[in-house]
Design a protein. Structure first.
Length: 441
């Protein structure tokens, strides 16, 4: 049985119902009949179901036990919390600590310290219900993050705004296509396709100096986790290859590649390393480069004529599609600069314990990166935002001008800021801007 944490099933039901009853008068002004009922039902349905969670815990425990630490020399099994932030319900696979739950619980898939132990936390509504393999891949991916620091395979993540540009996206997608061909073939044909993939990667790094290190860091942090989840969930090498091919095919549909690209490349290079360098997981280090390690293992090298190689993978058609997207991106960046650069804006100190979604991240050159789902608690209060820009030096959060500025709760277009006692918004140097300061006592 999973350990008890948060609320029991009955308590969870009661708590959600109490919240609905307490908010009935307010909501009845905004919606009627079945519309309201549908909204309430969807909110209630998000709470964690302990019976279903127990099934998920049993599935992942069986996979962990079967894997037995062979890949990394450490067992992947460990404490897990499946949680929903909206309903504040969670279930754990072992007794939960008496310490207060971490802020990320129910809001981020991550690994956190809780009661002196490193826990895996997974957001309940994000768990695939109809696809057992995808569910297992996700849970194992997050369990790997729990042991990653022990392996020396976790460090600062690189910044990769270049993969949101036309050239960055173009050469990255060609690399994905060549990796798919390398996975789907054997022998000389596979090595030739790998040479194409390496040539596309080399050209991207040539166009964007410094990108080698930034990409490498994120591939170590997230790529190894995705590789581990893919292989353990698949069970066989053939099934793992099929899953990676599916991931590569879906990768191009992501609205941005800024932080999602290492999931597919990490899984692809990892499975190819399994083919050409068995046991590589016991040798890889935090300073490693997966592509270079694979090149050394196969004895291959990047293709000489990268332009001709691109045509073997539909390069001309891809370039046209990316040029069209670049026009759309330019218009979007103009709008974002109007809101977050021209202002007026609110500036807050950035805190390190933020949780956020990677989908929709948009680099704004010279300014920072837009996040479309961001939540943070800090000494100055708490922020929930559907649109916030993190500055390039990662010290400041930038919000659009507030609609309501009545302390202690301030709100704007897609964001709500709850100020802690002793903190206030004050006029900044530029007219119309606000900055968060500690108010004199």
């Amino acid at each position: 049985m999973p350990g008890r944490a948060g609320r029991s099933r009955e308590e969870a039901r009661g708590g959600v119902w109490d919240a609905l009853v307490n908010s009935t008068d307010r909501r009845s002004r905004a919606c009627l009949g079945l519309v309201c009922l549908a909204f309430w039902a969807s909110e209630a349905a998000a709470q964690v179901d302990p019976q279903r969670a127990e099934v998920y815990f049993a599935e992942v425990a069986a996979l962990c036990t079967s894997e037995g630490g062979r890949m990394w020399g450490l067992s992947l099994c460990g404490p897990i919390a499946l949680a929903d932030g909206a309903t504040r319900t969670w279930v754990t696979n072992q007794p939960a600590p008496s310490a207060p739950p971490p802020p990320a619980l129910g809001y981020a898939n991550t690994a956190v310290e809780w009661g002196g132990t490193r826990w895996t936390t997974v957001v309940w509504p994000l768990i695939p219900t109809a696809d057992p393999q995808a569910r297992a891949r996700l849970l194992i991916h997050e369990l790997f993050h729990r042991i990653q620091p022990q392996l020396g395979l976790f460090g600062p993540e690189g910044e990769n705004p270049h993969v949101d540009t036309i050239d960055g996206r173009y050469w990255l997608q060609l690399e994905w296509r060549a990796l798919a061909r390398a996975l789907g073939t054997v022998g000389p044909e596979s090595i030739a396709a790998l040479g194409d993939a390496l040539s596309f990667r080399a050209r991207r790094h040539e166009v964007f100096p410094g990108s080698v290190e930034h990409e490498r860091r994120l591939e170590i942090n997230e790529g190894l986790a995705q590789y581990t989840g893919t292989v353990v969930a698949a069970g066989t090498s053939a099934a793992a290859i099929e899953d990676v091919l599916s991931q590569l095919a879906r990768a191009a549909a992501e609205p941005t590649f800024v932080r999602t690209f290492p999931y597919s490349t990490g899984a692809a290079y990892g499975v190819l390393l399994d083919r050409w360098s068995p046991g590589w997981t016991r040798q890889v280090t935090g300073d490693d480069n997966l592509a270079r390690r694979l090149m050394a293992a196969t004895g291959g090298s990047p293709s000489v004529d990268v332009v001709s190689a691109a045509e073997r993978y539909g390069g001309s058609e891809l370039r046209v599609a990316e040029e069209r997207r670049e026009l759309e991106r330019g218009a979007r960046l103009s709008e974002l600069r109007r809101v977050f650069v021209a202002g007026p804006v609110v500036r807050l100190p950035r805190a390190n314990n933020a949780t956020f979604a990677t989908t929709g991240m948009t680099p704004i050159p010279g300014t920072g990166t837009l996040y479309t789902a961001y939540r943070v608690k800090a000494e100055w209060g708490s922020l929930e935002a559907s649109r916030v820009v993190v500055s390039e030096d990662r010290t400041t959060l930038v919000l659009s001008a507030p609609v309501s500025a009545a302390d202690p709760v301030v709100s704007g277009d897609g964001w709500t800021l709850a100020l802690a006692p002793g903190w206030a918004l004050r006029p900044a140097d530029r007219q119309g801007d606000l900055r968060l300061v500690k108010a004199p006592q």
